[in-house]
Design a binder for this molecule. Structure first.
Ligand SMILES: Nc1ncnc2c1ncn2[C@@H]1O[C@H](COP(=O)(O)OP(=O)(O)O)[C@@H](O)[C@H]1O
Ligand SMILES: [Mg+2]
Length: 429
């Protein structure tokens, strides 16, 4: 227990330590008890406040509850009444924490939001390696990659494996809200800060306290909010709209974007100083077409998942489907693959997905459409991916005749088999 006679000191102590309950008088010199209630409700919404009110003063009791107090007792204080009130408040806090913990656990079990990254390609192994090295640090992480490459999954994995795992993971999509809403969502506001501000709103920085704040699509953060974010990161504090003081926030930042931030900087859409703040550790996620070796493993995982949730007996896919999947270019990346498999599982009448269950786009895709390297830098792929594509292209051209393909490629048949097996096109059976 900490006993303090000055409200400002009490607030400072509260910012740095955890307490079960705050008990306060209403009449105090430097700050009135109602204001203290409001500030605790804003800064430490998790800590209940019990207010001592003058005997028979219903008005001040109501005002205290309005200001966010959990309970009030009237003076003169009887010790057993006080101790019951404190116990009730502390129990309430424990229950709320329990609910929060259960909610987080329940969320962790839902699929696929909290799934792990599937993929054994060199590119994905590098991503895994980076995640495990960076997760336990406090460094700000910038995840970059096209839409559907798994940026959300990476952000959640980093949180789950960090020391902050039991604290909240709060995600906000910077592209989804208009500027003023995003501002009040992120930084919060106090009652009366603007017409609709009927209550104090702590804001996402405060909600994520102790945990991780995931700023998704950070490349779309409105220019006017960028200095405010930069300041929050530098000072590790936020000032809610209309508030007189700043609130210290201990949050780890992970952000993601599918934009090229360096171009955005050149075009003056993104502040360079903010970029350097965010880009401490960069986790690049390659597009699915640059890690073709992962496609079939991913597809099988998705099929098993959707088969089990829809209680259908679907075990896998035909050889032809496998060939279509590895040759398609997947502009929508893993998300597109996942959606296609969900659809196929829903449509199929067999235990094995067949070509007719695939979306037309994929069914009719010819491997010969794949250029090995176009002019778009985003289309450039690793050398072994070029090899994979070329081998598949040759195989297609010789109508799947492996002896002929091996001859064209100048490979031993055994070598060709080994490669095809690695691509998941052909399995020993
Ligand atoms: N490597 C992966 N393994 C398993 N599932 C993945 C993988 N990458 C992405 N997904 C799934 O694909 C979908 C899109 O991923 P998401 O992280 O939302 O992409 P992004 O945020 O980059 O647009 C999600 O449902 C996610 O669970
Ligand atoms: Mg995303």
């Amino acid at each position: 227990m900490v006993w303090q006679t000055r409200p400002s000191e009490a607030l400072a102590t509260l910012a740095n330590e955890t307490f079960d309950v705050v008990v306060t008088d209403l009449q105090m010199r430097e700050m009135n008890g109602l204001e203290l209630c409001e500030r605790v409700a804003l800064n430490r919404p998790d800590v209940p406040v019990v207010v001592l009110t003058a005997f028979g003063s219903l008005d001040s009791a109501i005002a205290a509850i309005r200001a966010g107090a959990y309970d009030f007792i009237s003076k003169p204080v009887e010790l057993d009444v006080l101790s019951i009130a404190i116990e009730r408040a502390a129990n309430n806090k424990r229950l709320r924490e329990e609910v929060k913990r259960l909610r987080i656990e329940a969320e962790a079990e839902t699929w696929p939001r909290d799934r792990e990254l599937v993929g054994e390609s060199a590119a994905m192994r590098a991503v895994h390696d980076l995640i495990s090295r960076v997760a336990t640090s406090e460094a700000t992480v910038l995840v970059i990659g096209e839409s559907g490459t798994g940026k959300d999954v990476v952000a959640r994995m980093i949180h789950k494996r960090s020391r902050r795992a039991s604290a909240p993971f709060v995600a906000v999509n910077c592209a989804a809200l208009p500027e003023h809403l995003l501002e009040s969502e992120l930084f919060g506001y106090v009652r009366g800060a603007f017409t609709d501000a009927k209550e104090n709103h702590p804001g996402l920085f405060v909600q994520a306290r102790g945990g991780t704040l995931f700023l998704d699509e950070v490349g779309d953060l409105p220019l006017l909010l960028q200095p405010k974010l930069l300041r929050a990161l530098q000072e590790r504090a936020v000032r809610p709209l209309g508030a007189k003081s700043e609130i210290a926030v201990d949050v780890r930042i992970v952000c993601a974007t599918n934009r090229d931030l360096e171009t955005a900087i050149e075009e003056r859409r993104f502040r360079e100083d903010l970029y350097y703040r965010l880009n401490v550790v960069q986790v690049p996620l390659p597009p699915l077409r640059a890690r073709g070796g992962d496609i079939l493993g991913l597809a099988l995982g998705f099929i098993r998942h959707f088969a089990s949730v829809s209680q259908k007996n679907v075990k896998g896919f035909s050889k032809e489907v496998g060939q279509k999947l590895v040759s398609y270019a997947w502009p929508g990346n893993v998300r597109e693959l996942q959606n296609s498999m969900e659809r196929a599982v829903a449509l199929t009448r067999l235990e094995e997905i067949c070509v007719d269950d695939l979306p037309e786009k994929i069914r009719d895709y010819r491997f010969s459409h794949v250029v090995v390297a176009g002019n778009d830098p985003a289309e450039l792929v690793p050398l072994d991916e070029v090899e994979r594509r070329y081998i598949l292209r040759v195989l297609e051209a010789v109508a799947g005749n492996k002896t002929a393909a091996a001859r064209v490629l100048g490979l031993e048949r055994k070598t060709l088999y080994r490669k095809l097996e690695r691509y998941g096109v052909e399995t020993k059976s």
